[in-house]
Design a protein around this ligand. Structure first.
Ligand SMILES: Cc1ncc(COP(=O)(O)O)c(C=O)c1O
Length: 426
């Protein structure tokens, strides 16, 4: 059993910062030959000391009884639990300011497993738009096949649009969840998480279960936004992006109160959507540099955004740090976000042909989807990540043919600016 001294979060009265805790939280070297770093537990199953132990571990894992004081869930089988994932989940919960976390094979596995755990045939999911293309496909094309409908409201429509969507949804059936992607991929539109929570509370005041407020925090999380602190019940993240941070793995996470995660944990065990130990180990390694990477990328992004804002071939720059004083998203940004992050869109003057010409001329910046890695990536949302979204819907959501999405990495920003400059010159 892990000695509790490896789970200390305070030095005397001083709370230790997440970046400090990432160097070893939850890992007891004396359980692993005194190895400084945790080993990768490449095993599918774990040996029980006695049959009685096996019985007790299963009783807990399958929720057949409550945990006894000081009892720790025993290791059973890597689809249910694994030491690398348990350490990783403890560390991710610290960043998300959550009681607990679950990790998954991908961001989509985290999102879909969380929604499966909440939705029932006949129920409705109210969600902001745009959402990541895969999430859109899940909500619009897959869940309806199982009797779960969805109602979308545009992120830029503000509270009024969210309230109207909830009214429309109520007429269709019980609302299972309010699902928000904020900032939205790729527009950086913001949704007020606190207001969504209030709406969810109001819905349960009449009758029935309170819908879960679920926030996709991939764009700013976990450094620049902590949705649980603003009223979300669950925060889902594609760990493939900033947390993994090196564009070399695919994984997802879901954080929240332990009780809120229980049905999702059960669903994960049966669907088998968990993260694997090797990826879990890589993610722990990445967490050690998370703050450094996200901070450097955010600083570089500001410089790149400043450059683009002044460029004659650029029509608009959707960088959160440029939200005008009177923009309706500005108060949400100030209340909810701790920084502008490093993924944003910009529109070139013209349309798809002009955007493609810029993308094809880039030399330092790679033409690839995804975001949050050490290297800068550029992509064309309308033709790539959001190509599943019908064209009229794309236009309504602001995903225009002239839009390029940039995920700024940690290269020297001057090199990135020089590359964009030569590409924009045509
Ligand atoms: C905002 C957002 N959510 C979820 C996902 C899905 O994550 P994954 O590719 O890890 O399944 C992505 C992927 O690009 C994303 O951008």
């Amino acid at each position: 059993m892990t000695d509790q001294r490896w789970r200390k979060r305070f030095l005397g009265n001083r709370p230790l910062a997440p970046e400090t805790l990432m160097m070893g939280y939850g890992y007891d070297p004396f359980l692993s030959e005194r190895s400084l770093k945790p080993p990768v537990f490449h095993t599918s199953t774990f040996v029980f000391r006695t049959a009685q132990d096996g019985k007790a571990f299963f009783e807990l894992a399958y929720g057949l009884r409550q945990k006894r004081p000081n009892e720790e869930p025993g290791l059973i089988y890597s689809r249910i639990n694994n030491p690398d994932l348990e350490m990783l989940e403890d560390r991710l919960a610290i960043w998300d300011e959550a009681e607990a976390n679950l990790t998954f094979a991908s961001g989509m596995a985290a999102i879909s497993t969380s929604l499966w755990a909440h939705a029932r045939p006949g129920s409705v999911i109210v969600h902001s738009g745009p959402v990541y293309g895969g999430t859109d496909f899940l909500l619009e094309r897959i869940l309806p096949q199982f009797g779960v409908t969805s109602i979308e409201f545009p992120a830029e429509g503000g509270t009024k649009a969210m309230e109207e969507a909830v009214d429309r949804a109520r007429a269709l059936g019980p609302i299972a969840a309010l699902y928000l992607e904020t900032p939205a991929n790729p527009t950086n539109g913001l949704v007020d998480i606190g207001r969504a929570r209030q709406i969810a509370e109001d819905l349960s005041a009449g009758a029935g279960k309170r819908p879960a407020v679920i926030v996709d925090n991939t764009f700013l999380g976990p450094l620049y936004q902590t949705p649980l602190a603003h009223g979300a019940d669950l925060v889902v993240t594609s760990l493939t992006k900033y947390v993994g941070g090196h564009s070399d793995l695919i994984a997802g996470g879901c954080s929240g109160a332990a009780a809120a995660l229980e049905p999702i944990r059960g669903m994960r065990t049966i669907l088998g959507t968990m993260c694997d130990p090797n990826t879990g180990w890589l993610l722990m390694r990445s967490l050690e540099t998370l703050k450094l990477r996200m901070t450097a990328a955010a600083e570089g992004a500001r410089e790149v955004a400043e450059f683009l804002r002044g460029h004659p071939a650029v029509a608009s720059v959707w960088y959160l740090g440029f939200l005008p004083e009177r923009h309706p998203d500005r108060p949400i940004f100030e209340r909810q976000c701790k920084g502008a992050g490093s993924t944003f869109g910009f529109e070139v003057k013209g349309g798809e042909a002009e955007a493609f010409a810029v993308l094809d001329k880039l030399e330092v910046i790679k033409l690839a989807v995804s975001l949050g890695g050490t290297e800068t990536l550029a992509s064309h949302p309308a033709a790539m990540t959001h190509s599943d979204v019908p064209p009229d819907e794309q236009m309504r959501l602001g995903i225009t043919p002239a839009l390029i999405r940039l995920s700024v990495g940690i290269e020297n920003p001057d090199d990135l600016i020089a590359d964009l400059d030569q590409a924009l010159r045509g």
